[in-house]
Design a protein around this ligand. Structure first.
Ligand SMILES: C[S@@+](CC[C@H](N)C(=O)[O-])C[C@H]1O[C@@H](n2cnc3c(N)ncnc32)[C@H](O)[C@@H]1O
Length: 220
């Protein structure tokens, strides 16, 4: 991850109590609220301040949460300690993360694969597939070519509306094509797949995002 991107995330996480808030995407909470995950193991890759890790740990799931941002991990460690949650939070670049074989029941990667260079993105996807246990559950979301940040990159500032672009759009490495995320996991059982453009009021100026969201299971 480029130094400038790390600095950007460190500064946004230090700027406010909870930069992305605690709200999670509905498909994630709808699915996991129904699941007994006490005692299961989870990995939250690129966890930021750890909102997904916190949700899983509050349900009793032993969670490893990793991010390159010291500020994000510092906050997560503090919350973990205050609420005595089963989270192990670590400052680590995904590039250096060692994916074990059949290690986790759940893996979450929420808007992080799109922050990785192509080589790292592809090796991380391989790592995720390896580290998920058979019948384990995967939740990934990414931004797509319908995101206003992508349209600005393609068309330039004159032909795009800067007002509806996220303030961390500069840290994006890649916008996924339509159906690309789904095809990358075509060897998994797809439980849910969604693409669409939605307003985001959770951080910075109100802006829009083009989402692709996937819930899938590794074949047993
Ligand atoms: C858009 S934020 C999402 C944070 C969190 N997943 C959430 O949904 O609240 C992207 C996160 O990915 C992290 N990240 C990006 N590249 C990374 C890398 N190579 N290794 C570890 N973390 C990385 C950033 O530091 C940032 O916290």
């Amino acid at each position: 991850m480029k130094d400038a991107y790390i600095k950007k995330f460190d500064s946004v996480y230090r700027s406010i109590d909870s930069y992305y808030g605690f709200e999670l995407r509905k498909e994630f909470t709808d699915f996991f609220q129904q699941q007994p995950i006490t005692g299961k193991s989870a990995l939250d890759l690129g966890c930021g301040e750890g909102r997904y890790a916190l949700f899983m740990a509050q349900k009793g799931c032993r969670t490893i949460a990793v991010d390159r941002s010291e500020a994000g991990i510092e906050k997560l460690k503090k919350t973990t300690k205050t609420h005595n949650l089963p989270i192990s939070a670590k400052v680590i670049d995904i590039e250096d993360f060692v994916f074990g074989e059949n290690q986790f029941d759940i893996i979450v990667a929420a808007t992080v694969l799109d922050h990785l260079s192509e080589k790292l993105r592809l090796s991380t996807i391989k790592g995720i597939k390896k580290a998920l246990k058979p019948d384990g559950t995967l939740y990934i979301n990414v931004f797509t070519v319908s995101d206003p940040g992508y349209i600005r990159r393609q068309k330039g500032p004159e032909e795009s509306n800067a007002a509806n672009i996220s303030d961390t759009a500069e840290c994006m490495e890649y916008y996924f094509d339509s159906n690309e995320l789904k095809s990358l996991f075509c060897d998994f059982h797809i439980l849910y797949y969604y693409e669409g453009i939605e307003p985001d009021l959770s951080h910075g100026n109100p802006h829009d995002h083009g989402w692709a969201c996937l819930l899938a299971k590794k074949p047993a």
